[in-house]
Ligand binder design. Structure first.
Ligand SMILES: Nc1ncnc2c1ncn2[C@@H]1O[C@H](COP(=O)(O)OP(=O)(O)O)[C@@H](O)[C@H]1O
Ligand SMILES: [Mg+2]
Length: 247
């Protein structure tokens, strides 16, 4: 079952093409990686999917329904959630209050489970304040815990690894799998390593989808992404080009 579908989605801001004719589908239970180098348009796609910016062209479907002109709140009600690349700080409130609010539950067993899932000890973190005293990686993990609690139909996770150390990252990836098992995940990343937990991957460069497919295959192309993305002719035949590059 397709939970999210994007058709010919394009965005131009002040004459600059941010992304163009983007197409992909995310099915139930799936982790779909949207992978590409910095500045290729991933976060802009996330903003358009969530409804913060209107696309210049194209459509967005949630569970088969066209939501291209639907408000952010209504998209959220339909089960779409976005974890930001730069999580907002709720200055002053405790981690417990933050998780109750954004995870929409007061069940302390679930809240503790969510913190444990992302590798943060509830006894150490529940009463901490959500403010500058938390590191970037801790904030990211707390935000991921709130997505885990929400059990969204579709979670868009934008660069969930920023600031997260290499030990915690394994727990973060396990949490992503768990979120996907109850819904689906669009995993936005520039990290090739994350492809290992994805079922499908879409490779994007300069706002253009180069290909969608098996994450192992996409991983091979990723390194040569920049060699193709400026050259329309070479992009038409990335496999031959890839074989040329690798010899
Ligand atoms: N509001 C905007 N006005 C002009 N350029 C923008 C705007 N938002 C993003 N961009 C540009 O669009 C490109 C894609 O940005 P972004 O979506 O953040 O990329 P990514 O998340 O893949 O790193 C970048 O070159 C960025 O500078
Ligand atoms: Mg980004």
């Amino acid at each position: 079952m397709t939970l999210l579908e994007v058709k010919d989605l394009s965005l131009t801001i002040e004459g600059k093409t941010i992304f163009k004719d983007v197409n992909f589908k995310v099915s139930k239970g799936e982790i779909h990686a949207l992978i590409g180098v910095n500045g290729c348009g991933k976060s802009s796609i996330a903003s358009v999917l969530m409804g913060l910016i209107s696309p210049t062209k194209g459509s967005i479907f949630l569970a088969g329904e066209d939501v291209t002109n639907v408000s952010i709140t209504d998209r959220a009600k339909r089960g779409l959630t976005l974890a930001w690349q730069e999580p907002t700080r709720f200055e002053g409130i405790s981690v417990k209050q933050y998780l109750e609010l954004s995870g929409k539950t007061k069940d302390m067993i679930q809240i503790r489970n969510a913190l444990n899932a992302v590798g943060l000890l509830p006894s150490l973190y529940l009463s901490r304040k959500v403010d500058k005293s938390l590191s970037g990686g801790e904030r990211k993990r707390i935000e991921l815990a709130s997505v885990f609690l929400l059990k969204p139909k579709i979670a868009i996770l934008d660069e969930i690894d920023s600031g997260v150390d290499y030990i915690a990252i394994e727990q973060v990836l396990e949490t992503v799998k768990s979120i996907a098992s109850k819904g689906s995940v669009l995993l936005i990343t520039h990290q090739e390593e994350f492809l290992k937990i994805a079922n499908v991957a879409t490779l994007i460069c300069n706002g253009i989808v180069l290909r969608t497919g098996n994450p192992n295959e996409i991983s091979k192309y990723y390194k040569y992404e920049c060699a193709f993305c400026d050259d329309e002719e070479r992009r038409k035949n990335p496999l031959e080009e890839f074989l040329n590059v690798t010899g």
